[in-house]
Ligand binder design. Structure first.
Ligand code: UDP
Length: 311
C-alpha cells in the first residue's frame, strides 16, 4: 500500500482527497487548522501541526500539497503574510520529496493566470494586475511556489491549477459564492450578486477535481502543469444566483451589490475565469462528470444532512 501525505487534508478539497484515497492507501493528513476545517476522515492518520515544522512520517510514496490560505475573503486577513507562508510551506514539501525521493502534486490555482483573456491554457502567459491586493499577493505567491518547485533539480513535481471548485463541505468563510448564495437563499436574505453580475465562472465539482489530482499523481509527468475545470459549467454569477434561487424555491430577492461595502476596499474581484482543460483530459484521461445543477443539489443535500451548520 502506498503512503501518501496530504497537507491541508482537513480542508475542503483535502478532505475529499483523503476520502478518495483512504481505502487504497496509507493516508497521512497534516493540517494546522488555520482555515476552516472539517472532521478527520476515519482511517486517516492525523498530524495537527504547522506542516513546515511538523514531524512528517517516513517512507512517503507521494505528497499532495494543498495547505495554504484560501478564498477571496479568506486571504484578506493574510495580506503581507501570504507570500512568505506559501514559500515556507513549499520549501518543506520540496525537502520531504527529495528525502523520500517521491513525487509531489502541488495544488496551485487558476488565479495565477491573472488578467489573461479566457479561456486559458497551461501555456497562456500570466498577466499580473496592477496594485497590491491580497488576491494578487495570493496569485503571485502560488506562481512563485510553482516556479520554485519546477526549477528544483531532481524534484518530480506536477502542478494542478483548479478553477472554481465547489461542492459539499465548502465553507462560506473564504467568501465562496456557492455556500453563500445557498445560505442566503434558504434564510430569505437578499442574494448578494457582486456588481456587475455578468462576470463568468466555470464551477467544477470537488469530486471531479479530486479525481484529477489523484490522476496527476498516478499518471502525471514530472514538470507538467494541468488545468482542472469544467468549461461546460460556465455561467454568469447572476445566472448562478437565479439557478440556486429556482432549485431551492427561494423567496430571497436577488440584488446587485458593491462587494467593497461588505468586505472593505481590500476586496478585489477576479476577471472571468474559464478553463481549457483538454491537456488533463488527453494526458490523464480526466473527465469532469458533474454539471452545475448536480453541484447545487449535492451541496443542498449535504447542508440538509448537516443541519446547515457547516456551510
Ligand atoms: N460573488 C458574488 N456574491 C457573493 C460572493 C461571490 O457575486 O456573495 C461572485 C464573485 O464576485 C465572483 C464569483 O461570485 O465573481 C465567484 O466568487 P468566489 O469567491 O466563489 O470565487 P472567485 O472566482 O472570485 O475566486
Amino acid at each position: 500500500m502506498k503512503r501518501y501525505v496530504i497537507t491541508g487534508g482537513l480542508g475542503f478539497i483535502g478532505s475529499h482527497l483523503a476520502e478518495r484515497l483512504v481505502d487504497i492507501a496509507d493516508v497521512w493528513v497534516i493540517d494546522n487548522q488555520a482555515s476552516n476545517v472539517v472532521d478527520a476522515i476515519p482511517g486517516t492518520k492525523l498530524i495537527l501541526d504547522d506542516m513546515a515544522v511538523a514531524d512528517w512520517p517516513e517512507d512517503i510514496d507521494g505528497i499532495f500539497h494543498l495547505a495554504g490560505p484560501v478564498g477571496p475573503v479568506g486571504v484578506l486577513s493574510w495580506a503581507g503574510k501570504i507570500v512568505p507562508d506559501v514559500i515556507r510551506c513549499a520549501e518543506r514539501v520540496r525537502q520531504e520529496a527529495i528525502i523520500n525521493d517521491c513525487p509531489v502534486v502541488y495544488v496551485s490555482t487558476s488565479e495565477v493566470y491573472g488578467l489573461q483573456e479566457q479561456p486559458v491554457k497551461e501555456t497562456s502567459p500570466r498577466v499580473i494586475a496592477a496594485g497590491s491586493s491580497a488576491r494578487m499577493e495570493y496569485a503571485v505567491a502560488k506562481m512563485a511556489a510553482e516556479t520554485m518547485l519546477l526549477n528544483t533539480d531532481f524534484l518530480d513535481v506536477r502542478i494542478i491549477r483548479p478553477f472554481n471548485v465547489a461542492g459539499p463541505r465548502q465553507s462560506e468563510q473564504g467568501g465562496f459564492v456557492l455556500p453563500r448564495f445557498m445560505r442566503q437563499a434558504r434564510s430569505g436574505e437578499a442574494m448578494t450578486v457582486y456588481q456587475p453580475g455578468t462576470q463568468r465562472r466555470a464551477f467544477t465539482h470537488v469530486l471531479d477535481i479530486v479525481e484529477g489530482i489523484y490522476r496527476a499523481m498516478r499518471l502525471g509527468k514530472q514538470g507538467e502543469v494541468y488545468n482542472l475545470g469544467n468549461d461546460l459549467n460556465e455561467c454568469s454569477i447572476y445566472e448562478l444566483a437565479r439557478e440556486i434561487h429556482d432549485i431551492m424555491g427561494s423567496a430571497s430577492p436577488i440584488e446587485i451589490v458593491d462587494p467593497t461595502i461588505i468586505w472593505g476596499l481590500g476586496f478585489k474581484e477576479a476577471p472571468d475565469k474559464i478553463p481549457y482543460a483538454r491537456k488533463a483530459m488527453r494526458e490523464l484521461g480526466w473527465q469532469p462528470l458533474r454539471n452545475r445543477s448536480q453541484i447545487i443539489l449535492d451541496v443542498l443535500a449535504w447542508n440538509e444532512a448537516t443541519g446547515w451548520a457547516r456551510g
